[in-house]
Design a protein around this ligand. Sequence first.
Ligand code: DQA
Length: 163
Amino acid sequence: MKKKKATSSSEKNPANPPKLLVLHGPNLNLLGTREPDYYGLATLAEINLALARSAASAGVELESFQSNHEGALIERVHAAREQGVSYIIINPAAFTHTSIALYDAMAATGIPFIEVHLSNVHARESFRHHSYFSRLAIGVITGLGSKGYLLALEYLLSQISSD
Ligand code: DQA
């Protein structure tokens, strides 16, 4: 039997597009000038714009949020559940290695997520080798610079179109 073509997300219900959230942890507001050998030259605004454009062309709503405060990130995760966010892309930055509280928020809401790091955390100091988040993540992208966010988005868009 001929396989039916999957409907794209925007065809599914244009009035209620799937929602994605991108979360950036502490110090990522400094991208562009912060240790470019590790983090590259793209600014956070440039990364967010590229993500927003790519999501919009697939008919998916995408919001980005950065905070230097653990509580603000936790509250944004709680709000994501109320908003019906389907997937999260998160770079918890230093909270990757320290924050059981943010990990608990991700676990509590149960929203599937991809963990992204610009630098290759495994090629750096040993305190960066452990992530509280990886065991819960769909997948982890580390060391591919700002392209890592776009690759995570590409994966999630393909998931959404087959959901
Ligand atoms: C980071 C890696 C973390 O170890 C660091 O604390 C960051 C950024 C990355 O994107 O490579 O702030 O998450």
